[in-house]
Write a protein that binds this ligand. Structure first.
Ligand code: SF4
Length: 261
């Protein structure tokens, strides 16, 4: 840093008044005197440089301090200023650590048009069988391709065991699992419900999809031991049924009969 401060010394004695004074003068070239407080101490950088700290009295900068690094080059008798910075100390109020965008996103944050690329090495995915686009197809290749397509192997990547286990854990522990309040209070389980659509693949042993438009879980994956009050076989117990309306009564009393009483 270029500073107009010129201090002549023969050696750099870190705590010497001349060095502290040179650091303070350099600081006052950068900021108002009103924002500089007492000298707080120093740190020796090496044999030729030392950093002096001064309190910062700017409002809103509680715990921050000015740090001025000055140096004496070998063979020189002039103190030079390396840098003047405002630094937070241990009890300073600072912004929270920056979190990468990818890690800040939560389920439900994506808006229409947003893109969320998946890393090449995402452990939830593994490369799957690729059946290529070879023009010289043989019957055998066509057959393999057809089978592969049927088995959903036409994708570049597919769920890895880790990805599958994570989904299993998340779904089972969530609002569509057996511990959800609605499931705890349900009269019956999804596995016996006519509205359950079966899945295929490894997750089908535990999950299906609810297809009851009146249920909270309509169109969602539900565990087979989940359940709700909209189960297809739910019937109201007698005590829950509405009371039948009373017998009809015909009022045959006329106004004349009332008047004659
Ligand atoms: S209606 Fe209820 S019990 Fe039936 S599948 Fe859907 S969530 Fe399960």
């Amino acid at each position: 840093m270029i500073s107009s401060v010129t201090t002549i010394v023969t050696e750099l004695e870190p705590s010497a008044d001349a060095v502290i004074s040179a650091a303070r003068s350099a600081l006052l070239e950068e900021t108002d005197a009103a924002s500089v407080g007492e000298h707080l101490g120093h740190e020796v950088e090496d044999g030729h440089a030392v950093t002096h700290h001064f309190a910062c009295t700017l409002s809103g900068y509680v715990g921050w301090r000015w740090s001025v690094t000055v140096a004496l080059a070998p063979g020189s008798d002039r103190i030079t200023v390396d840098e003047v910075v405002l630094m937070p100390s241990g009890d300073a109020v600072v912004a929270p650590s920056w979190v990468p965008y990818r890690e800040r996103l939560l389920p439900g944050d994506l808006s229409p048009g947003d893109l969320l690329p998946v890393a090449d090495d995402d452990p939830r995915l593994v490369p799957t069988y690729s059946f290529g686009d070879d023009a010289l197809d043989t019957d055998e290749k066509a057959q393999i391709r057809a089978v592969a397509q049927e088995l959903y192997l036409g994708r570049v990547r597919t769920l890895s065991p880790e990805g599958r286990d994570a989904a299993h854990q998340r779904w089972y522990a969530g609002e569509s699992g057996p511990e959800a309040k609605i499931a705890q209070a349900a009269p019956d389980r999804c596995w016996s419900c006519g509205f359950l659509v079966r899945l295929s693949g490894p997750l089908s042993e535990t999950f299906g999809v609810c297809a009851n438009g009146d249920a909270n879980d309509d169109a969602r994956v539900v565990s087979l031991d989940h359940g709700c009050g909209a189960h297809s076989e739910v019937r109201l117990a007698k005590k829950h049924r509405p009371l039948p309306p009373p017998e009809m009564v015909f009022d045959t009393v006329t106004q004349d009969e009332i008047d004659s009483v």
